[in-house]
Design a protein around this ligand. Sequence first.
Ligand SMILES: [Zn+2]
Length: 434
Amino acid sequence: MLEPEVERRPWAEQLEVDDASYRTQLAYLFERSSFYRDKLEAAGLTSADAAGGLAEIARLPLTDKRELKATCTPENPVGAHLCAVPSEIVRIYSTSGTTGAPSYVPLTAGDLDNWVTGSARSYAASGIAAGQRIVSTYNAGPFVAGAALASFERIGLTHVPLGTGNTERLMLAVELLAPDAVVLTPSYAAYLVEWAADRDVDLRGSSVARVLVAGEPGGGEPAFRAKLEDGWGARVTEAMGIGDIGVSLWGECEEQEGMHLGARGFVHAELIEPETGVAVELTDGATGELVLTHLQHRAAPLLRFRTRDHVEVRMSRCACGRTGPRVRCIGRTDDMLIVRGVNVFPSAIREVVNAFVPDVSGYIVVKPRGRGVKQEPPLPVSVELAQDAAADDALAEAIRLRLREALVVQTRVELVPWGSLQRSEYKAKLVEHS
Ligand SMILES: [Zn+2]
């Protein structure tokens, strides 16, 4: 554990520390953030005292990324939530927005240091430790994830940055430099298992004992994880962040029971019901959209920011000794479809389908017929067969029934030949609107 005195702190004690940080953060927002001053005043809160403490945070309005973008001007391309003066800012990242235009994420030296600290705790939770060697495969330099790479030095690892797009070179480095761990997206980890099998490369026999996955949901899905662990002969744990708030805020420990909040003390986590915005209590098994609040941020702090990540929470004790909530990402709220009133995540469909490996390859694409979120059943799902497997009506029917049972959704399952769905060296695309 990187910082046992912090990571093992009783959660109630952490919330007291966080409450003090939060009150200071609110006072800072009232002083420096025209965005939050206006937003909180519009909600009838005219001072930090009026807004109260962390226990009353659910009374405050939520922040949506679109609202921030709407305040961007040529004079202030960051947005009205910018609090720091130019001389305080040491870095400005860009995040790719779903609309295309990037958002800018400025950081002070202290913000950046907190990002690296939180990310280092999250990655160290996987069990990787000082003196070991890690190969990274993110073309992350210009992107927010680039800050996560600094956390590898913080842990004391030897970092071998390789980037995406040259699998031959990556596998050569794995062979010659004998890393203890690799960090990559779950899609790329799965792609490499197939790549190695096609070439009779013994991935299981490599030096890699830990596969750290991040960047998209999947690493926590039991069947998908089992497939990766089998292919790599290594333990798979996941990490998760959100560009506007911080990199690798969450990281899973060796117990593989969900991701711990590595950024504890810097970020406060809440859950809401995505449709109504109503707060959901953090109890064992609770699900909802993750909402995050900066506690010690200076450049462009955010309050109750909607991450669009739909998660399941675990509050039970973890055997590793770390305290506080753990999460498992179920999917992106943006990918969610509503089929006759039932929320359906494409990543959850993949999870169910993965139970049919080795009859299927594990690749799926959901092809909604209508535009928008609401869909009429049956929802078309293409499921790729395993190599050399032939289409089989009984298999399609079995998958359809399992999906109905597990997710309460009516689907139309189409089995497609092996290799016909797109592989990704980065992130998987699970939904294809026609
Ligand atoms: Zn743990």
